[in-house]
Write a protein that binds this ligand. Structure first.
Ligand code: X8Z
Ligand code: ZN
Length: 605
């Protein structure tokens, strides 16, 4: 899709998955042609239409102002109109008239937008305007405690969360950023009404049920599937939480980090407490046992955004992927401009369904940004791999696959790899070094799991009506406490809209994809390491430069969403199930170590 971002991909998905369109949409007249011809025409027209939406979306995300907001809304509105018309026409075909390809395509068409519009033109325009507006509000938000001179944007506030160890300073940065989301609440309430109406008109129970229908199984089965996966990984998270809380208690004191209670959310190094890598120095198991400081190396070696991106490109090229097209370098936004508001949340874009691929990221020379660039290029190489699929199949096998590609590559960025490319010192293998290394990664990978799960748990309940607007914030914190064991830094009220302080809520990007990705990426890593003939512990395997692993990876990506994801998963891994055995195997050394450390501690909250 277009903006990938729009459709199923990653990043920016707001209103639709499909992209731009003609000024006067002409939904196809279905009865005049057979189903296969209808689908073929749809694919052609959608591919064409998507370009305008991508352009408007990219222009908006890289230059937020009142005009680009308007143009983005208009482009989305036109696409929504085309889309509604196409779904309507598709109803002319009875399911038993359809070939398997046409049936799958019609199903994907219905799921092609993240927020479908009601048929009513006024409501469609309102929905398009609201989604565009919310995204811009998030991107341009600033916390200005003492007038315009004092403003801090999300990048600056996030830097404080990452680097400060001063309790009050952390609390202020957290509270400041979260205060910027308050004005989004009203629009979000209306957004939910409109998008739900659109989903119901398409025959879904609500928008959450629609999102859960994109996994080649009935939506209720997917709910159970996600719950099953969470139960598998919950104990892993519990061990890490217990150990980290103990360490934070030593840093901030019993009065701030009490035993048996959730951890205050501002102490974990990240605005949303979703990945905790930045507090590694506070929790390092064996100080001095490892010589990996990627951030310092990037700064010392003057890595600029282009050089960081080239490093990621090199990895993929080493697996047999093509070099990025010249237009990628000309059209991507790699650094934060000084003179305008941009949406700094990283995203990858498939502008034309062919080779116009881009990323948008305010790259800084840090380990976290380096990993994110590799992540974004995972999306980009997926786009390039499936560019010859029909438009409706130009997506991940499921959306978790799309998110998992770059992260699978991240797992191959071992100390040995980083040493090979000059970003880490020589590797001196030892038990202590392994535990340190695993802890660093676990702070991102294990810490993320409950967060990845709860975001859509909240939204599913919002869309179903179980969580009502007057309870939005309280329900949010109930879930954050239940899943993550983190607590709001200061008392919250229903004046606040803390979900809106996380990009994917105002941008309406479904989030379960990341939860799935954090499980799938370990399955992919294990399968690719096997294909590479690697013998040894999974955490020491890097597929960098491996031809066979590259071939298997590329074959999977080229399939896009042309078949059920279970078939695609089986082809690579030999199993049809998403499963936590690979992540458990990967972290086995750390998990055993944590069990020892946590003996005698009271865990849980
Ligand atoms: O949004 C992203 C990517 C773009 S698809 C940077 N991620 C999630 C997040 O930041 O919340 C990657 C990890 C989870
Ligand atoms: Zn992504």
């Amino acid at each position: 899709m277009t903006r990938l971002c729009v459709r199923l991909t990653a990043a920016v998905a707001s209103v639709l998955a499909i992209a731009g369109c003609e000024r006067k949409p002409q939904p196809p007249a279905a009865h005049a042609e057979n189903a296969d011809a209808f689908i073929e025409r749809l694919n052609r027209e959608l591919a064409d239409l998507s370009k305008e939406q991508s352009s408007a979306g990219f222009a908006y995300a890289t230059f937020i102002n009142v005009d680009t907001e308007f143009l983005n809304a208009k482009a989305n509105e036109r696409v929504l109109e085309y889309f509604s018309g196409a779904v309507e026409k598709a109803k002319a075909y009875k399911p038993d008239q359809l070939s398997p390809n046409a049936a799958r395509s019609v199903q994907l068409l219905k799921l092609g937008v993240a927020a479908p519009a009601p048929a009513d033109a006024t409501k469609r325009a309102e929905l398009a305007a609201i989604t565009s507006k919310m995204e811009g509000m998030y991107g341009a938000a600033k916390y200005c405690p003492k007038g315009p001179e004092s403003c801090k944007d999300q990048t600056e506030l996030s830097d404080i969360l990452a680097n400060s160890r001063n309790y009050d300073e952390l609390t202020e940065a957290w509270t400041g950023w979260h205060s910027t989301a308050r004005p989004i609440r009203k629009d979000y309430v209306r957004f939910v009404e409109l998008a739900n109406e659109g989903a119901k008109e398409l025959g879904f129970a609500d928008l959450g049920a629609m999102w859960r229908s994109n996994y080649d199984m009935p939506p209720d089965d997917f709910t159970k599937e996600a719950a099953r996966l969470w139960e598998q990984v919950k104990p892993l998270y519990g061990s890490l939480h217990c150990y980290v809380r103990g360490k934070l208690q030593k840093t901030y004191g019993q009065e701030h980090v009490p035993s048996n209670k959730p951890i205050p959310a501002q102490l974990l190094g990240n605005m949303w407490a979703q990945q905790w890598g930045e507090i590694y120095p506070l929790v390092e198991p064996y100080p001095g046992a490892t010589d990996v400081n990627v951030t310092a190396a990037l700064v010392k070696q003057k890595y600029d955004p282009v050089k960081i991106t080239q490093s990621a490109e090199n990895f993929y090229v080493s697996l047999g992927f093509p070099k990025l097209p010249q237009t990628f370098w000309e059209r991507s936004l790699l650094a934060k401009p000084r003179d305008r508001d941009v949406q700094c949340h990283a995203s990858a874009w498939h502008m034309d369904g062919k080779e116009d691929v881009r990323i948008k990221q305010c790259i800084e020379p840090t380990q976290e940004h380096l990993m994110t660039v590799y992540h974004e290029l995972g999306h980009v190489f997926y786009y390039l791999s499936y560019k010859d699929q029909p438009y409706l199949y130009q997506s991940g096998a499921n959306d978790g696959f799309h998110e998992a590609i770059g992260d699978t590559v991240n797992l191959s960025m071992t100390p040995a790899y980083l040493n090979q490319i000059g970003l880490a010192g020589a590797v001196k293998p030892s038990k202590e070094a392994t535990i340190n290394q695993q802890m660093r990664l676990a702070l991102d990978k294990l810490a993320f799991l409950p967060f990845g799960k709860l975001i859509d748990e909240w939204r599913w309940k919002v869309f179903s009506g179980e969580i009502k607007p007057e309870n939005y914030n309280a329900a949010w914190w109930q879930l954050r406490e239940q899943y993550q064991g983190v607590a709001a830094p200061v008392p919250r009220t229903e004046e606040d809209f803390d979900p809106g302080a996380k990009y994917h809520i105002p941008a309406n990007t479904p989030y379960t994809r990341y939860f799935l990705s954090y499980i799938l990426q370990f399955q992919f890593h294990r399968a690719l390491c096997q294909a590479a003939g690697f013998q040894g512990p999974l955490n020491e395997c890097s597929i960098y430069g491996n031809e066979e692993a590259g071939k298997r990876f590329r074959e999977m990506l080229a399939l896009g969403q042309s078949q059920p994801w279970q078939d695609t998963l089986e082809k690579l891994t030999g199993t049809r199930e998403m499963d936590a055995s690979a992540i458990s195997e990967y972290f086995a050394p750390l998990l055993a170590w944590l069990e020892e450390q946590n003996k005698g501690q009271t865990c849980g909250w």
